[in-house]
Design a binder for this molecule. Structure first.
Ligand SMILES: Cc1ncc(COP(=O)(O)O)c(C=O)c1O
Length: 462
């Protein structure tokens, strides 16, 4: 301890935080009457705050990130060794962990061949958007530049990423937005009625809606389709049967690049290395961030096929024909050093299998809760990426009041379990409880989460 704070008394830290830190996604008026949580320590699935309260983290650091759990010494050591030896050099040069992680990553992604490093999910998505636009300029006189994105999906916080954002409350008040981004309908089967969709073959219907947008815009203007494999913050939307196969066909038919945003699903969250691998998708570009190094270091990657890469290499005589993008912190070596260990942990501990098994168990347990709580309208999930949509009325499916949804989250926190819920994202539909425990979760951990939710639902909804 250097005297500025002590392990036993963190009151000065709390005061400093309240005086100076501007927290993300928080209305700060509340801190006039209560203290923020300062997370002091983490081990496995659990974290401890400034008061020494132990909390079971069912959301992997709040935003589906800490996939291998807290306190991983081997990641810390690898990062320490690496940054002492060589912490940084801009990405025009290579690094040992950068090369090794790229090789390991591509080995998990048949069909992909190149890795571009940067430092956040938003940034990775923007790189992909820039590539699409540059390809449009190179091959199509700038015309085939539009990027389709889906209602309820999220691709990041920057202005162009928000321009591709399907969550209107996230985007509200931050416009005007970047032109060239066009929305397609969501594929949440539970809400098919609100879309006026047929009950039969919903997946094909939802994919057809994308084709309708392409035809309306003109296929010669559409460069890419950017989708989450399973929509995260928009309500944990698992794709309906038949959806992805049709989407892939549509992209091929109209020569549209398929950009899969794996920022949440990537590196294990659904029980496979990547969410797209659950559905047999063959993407042209893949972006990932959160789970790549489980938050031990900031790292994001954009991977592409060799065919996409080639379009930036084939004419070396043209001084403009390369990807003229800069990412300062894409050159930090801590990210790939941590990512190598993160991947090794997942392999050595069999965490993909555990994630798939525990995810199924969690979905079963939540489905069981439906017998006791009419407020649960729908349970959805893939691996340890699970959502429970709360309703005011199961027959009409009218969404539960957002204040009640937040009351369930608060009640769980009071019981020592951190869960999440969709918030300020889709107007009128911020009603899905979100669960994304670390891939190391055991049945006992899941049971503790379910018990907390059971108690909270009983108290909030009666
Ligand atoms: C699907 C998806 N894409 C992109 C992002 C943006 O990532 P970042 O916050 O690292 O910029 C997020 C963040 O929550 C996300 O959920």
């Amino acid at each position: 301890m250097d005297g500025t704070y002590s392990q036993n008394d963190l009151s000065h830290v709390v005061d400093a935080d309240k005086a100076h830190v501007w927290h993300h996604l928080v209305q700060h008026k509340g801190f006039e009457t209560k203290d923020p949580n300062i997370m002091v320590e983490g081990k496995g699935m659990r974290v401890w705050n400034q008061e020494g309260h132990e909390l079971l983290d069912a959301v992997s650091g709040g935003v589906w990130t800490v996939n291998v759990g807290y306190g991983r010494e081997r990641i810390a050591k690898a990062v320490y060794d690496q940054i002492l030896r060589m912490n940084y050099f801009a990405g025009a040069a290579g690094s040992i962990p950068g090369a090794i992680f790229a090789e390991k990553l591509i080995a998990k992604m048949p069909g992909q061949s190149r890795v571009y490093y940067c430092n956040s999910g938003s940034e990775a998505n923007e790189k992909a958007f820039k590539m699409v636009r540059q390809i449009a300029h190179k091959k199509y006189g700038g015309k085939k530049h539009k990027i389709l994105y889906r209602d309820r999906d999220y691709h990041g916080t920057t202005i162009a990423a928000l321009s591709a954002g399907g969550q209107d409350e996230r985007g509200a008040q931050y416009g005007p937005y970047t032109p060239g981004f066009v929305r397609v309908p969501h594929c949440l089967e539970y809400r098919a009625g609100d879309q006026g969709a047929p009950v039969e073959n919903y997946g094909e219907w939802a994919a057809d809606q994308i084709e309708q947008v392409i035809l309306r815009e003109g296929a010669d203007t559409v460069g890419a389709l950017c989708l989450e494999p399973v929509t995260a913050g928009g309500g944990v939307i698992t794709p309906p049967e038949g959806y992805w196969q049709k989407v892939q066909e549509i992209c091929r038919k109209y020569d549209i690049l398929l950009h899969i945003d794996e920022v949440v699903c990537g590196v294990g969250r659904t029980g496979k290395w990547f969410g797209y691998q659950q559905y047999g998708i063959e993407p042209d570009m893949v972006t990932m961030a959160k789970g790549v190094a489980s938050g031990y270091a900031a790292i994001a990657c954009l991977t592409t096929t060799e065919a996409v890469f080639d379009m930036f290499k084939d004419d070396a005589g043209d001084p403009m024909n390369y990807f003229r993008d800069i990412s300062t912190f894409g050159g930090c070596t801590a990210g790939p050093a941590a990512a190598i260990e993160n991947m090794a942990i997942i392999e050595e501990e069999g965490l993909l299998e555990n994630c798939a098994n525990m995810g199924d168990y969690m979905v079963d347990q939540l489905n069981n809760l439906m017998d006791r709580h009419a407020a649960i309208g729908d349970v959805r999930g893939k691996g340890l990426f699970v959502g429970a949509e709360l309703v005011a009325d199961r027959d009409s499916r009218s969404p539960a009041d957002e204040a009640q949804v937040q009351a369930v989250v608060a009640d769980c926190a009071a019981q020592g379990v951190i869960i999440g819920a969709t918030n300020r994202s889709v107007p009128g539909y911020n009603n899905t409880l979100c669960f994304s425990p670390a891939l190391i979760a055991t049945k006992d951990d899941i049971n503790q989460i379910i018990e907390a939710v059971d108690g909270a639902l009983g108290r909030v909804f009666g």
